[in-house]
Design a protein around this ligand. Sequence first.
Ligand SMILES: Nc1ncnc2c1ncn2[C@@H]1O[C@@H]2COP(=O)(O)O[C@H]3[C@@H](O)[C@H](n4cnc5c(N)ncnc54)O[C@@H]3COP(=O)(O)O[C@H]2[C@H]1O
Ligand SMILES: Nc1ncnc2c1ncn2[C@@H]1O[C@@H]2COP(=O)(O)O[C@H]3[C@@H](O)[C@H](n4cnc5c(N)ncnc54)O[C@@H]3COP(=O)(O)O[C@H]2[C@H]1O
Lengths: 141, 141
Amino acid sequence: TQDKHLLDITVSDLMIPSEKVAHVQINNPLEHALLVLVKSGYSAVPVLDPAYKLKGIIGKTVILNEILGLERFEFEKLSDIAVQEVMRTDIPTLSTDDMFVDGLKALIDFPFVCVVDKEGYFDGILTRRALLKQIRSDYYA
Amino acid sequence: TQDKHLLDITVSDLMIPSEKVAHVQINNPLEHALLVLVKSGYSAVPVLDPAYKLKGIIGKTVILNEILGLERFEFEKLSDIAVQEVMRTDIPTLSTDDMFVDGLKALIDFPFVCVVDKEGYFDGILTRRALLKQIRSDYYA
Ligand SMILES: Nc1ncnc2c1ncn2[C@@H]1O[C@@H]2COP(=O)(O)O[C@H]3[C@@H](O)[C@H](n4cnc5c(N)ncnc54)O[C@@H]3COP(=O)(O)O[C@H]2[C@H]1O
Ligand SMILES: Nc1ncnc2c1ncn2[C@@H]1O[C@@H]2COP(=O)(O)O[C@H]3[C@@H](O)[C@H](n4cnc5c(N)ncnc54)O[C@@H]3COP(=O)(O)O[C@H]2[C@H]1O
């Protein structure tokens, strides 16, 4: 993508493919999701169903908010709540053949945006870092 | 900044001023830092000293890693560790008169970058969102 003009770049040129994206399943308990988020270091990851369709995203803040009691963090609750009960579902998505500018608009309010096919199967994610790296190489071209 | 050309825009045109930035102090216990991060929803925030100089940044992952034991999250440890013991200090900084392209380069690997003056006093932060919004308005200009 070094020599492609910014306007000709598609989402599939910049996205991280699904096999390289950390994710959790809708039926996982929150304890598992928090471990995946802490071990990977990511703020939030996609949530998939057993058929590999995208269902939402889940982040550390939502999980910690769920267990924040009056006096302390109630960690014992983590194993009783499933990811699908607290995940965020009102999220934008992109398709592989969307253009660079569609990615730019979607990433203004989200650190990453999920890429799905026409039936909703998960293809990967587009991140702000990938977009900014491309803008930098376009700047210096 | 709508009508300024991208190349003429400075960091001070886009940054969030210090009074609007959530932060913690070097001597705060981790419990306080985690509460600020959960209540604000931010992944990481700047760490300042009592004189308002920048000392580092702290995020949810570092705090949770610190208390992750073999069997469970050991929450009781949160009140025994100070922010300055675990904060990250190898972070880039910008100054108010740096240009747009300096901000772009710094933000490729960091969701936000702290802005400081020549003596290290904290002026604010430049975020990826502010940069992307300016790129979008330049795109449509
Ligand atoms: N292990 C690592 N190695 C190097 N740099 C790292 C890193 N983890 C985080 N970063 C840096 O920190 C930024 C913010 O990460 P965060 O986890 O908050 O937010 C991330 C995370 O929530 C998600 N993400 C990125 N890569 C992912 C992956 N492979 N699997 C699942 N989620 C991913 O997309 C968001 C934006 O990612 P982006 O790359 O634009 O921006 C990343 C990247 O610049
Ligand atoms: N309360 C809120 N209202 C609306 N949108 C929100 C929001 N909290 C987060 N977001 C959105 O999510 C992005 C990632 O936030 P995050 O907390 O991981 O990462 C944030 C956070 O660590 C820090 N940050 C942003 N504003 C801050 C502030 N006022 N005080 C302290 N830290 C801030 O800079 C990072 C990048 O911020 P950026 O704006 O580029 O990107 C933000 C923004 O697009």
